[in-house]
Design a protein. Sequence first.
Length: 240
Amino acid sequence: MATLHVLRVFCDERGEWGNPLGVFLDGAEVAGGRRQAVARELGFSETVFVDDVESAACRIFTPGLELPFAGHPMVGTAWLLWREGHLPTVLRPPAGEVEVRRGTADPETGDGGESLIFVAARAEWSPAWELHQLSDLAAVEALGKLPPEQGPLPYFWAWENEAAGTVRSRCFSLEDGIGEDEATGSAAIVLAAELGRELTIQQGEGSLLYARSLGKRRAEVGGRVVLDEVREQRIDSVVP
């Protein structure tokens, strides 16, 4: 048995929506050869195994493959470590050191707003999202459950208000069987780095992401996290 925290990452202002995430803070108790099978059985778009809470070394698995970096797992893991009193300033997935900050969507506003969790990374650490700008919000909403043939990792977006930096998006991860992703932090990092500006992104049914370019193909993404459940997960019966 291992303790599993089930989170939702990138919730809206009411704590609704968000992308489910599984996190094992005692990930070292799950043998490396079993992790892919555990992630597949859980069925979340990503599951994180924290190998050491002090150094924040961790690994990320989708149901079909391991990722060197992903956005919503890093935001959720950082939030959970902060909640448990570990206060990381960096996370260490295989891609490299991911910087963590706790603050508002606009760092220039100081402590006057709601405190959120943000992570910063290089855009090239993300999966190879294919950015497709659509004409308007209606075109984004009109996409079916499976998008037009565009490749395995299409990300569709349109301006809601270009001057204000608000975006509507939908993202599909087809190479690992996830399908439509409710909230995709790594894609938000890629989009912010590509556009070179600060963005507020509504993705999926109602998830909310805040992203901004940091220059030199780096960007950060952040948002709200909700803890839905803590449970003991049986892992010894999972077949690798």
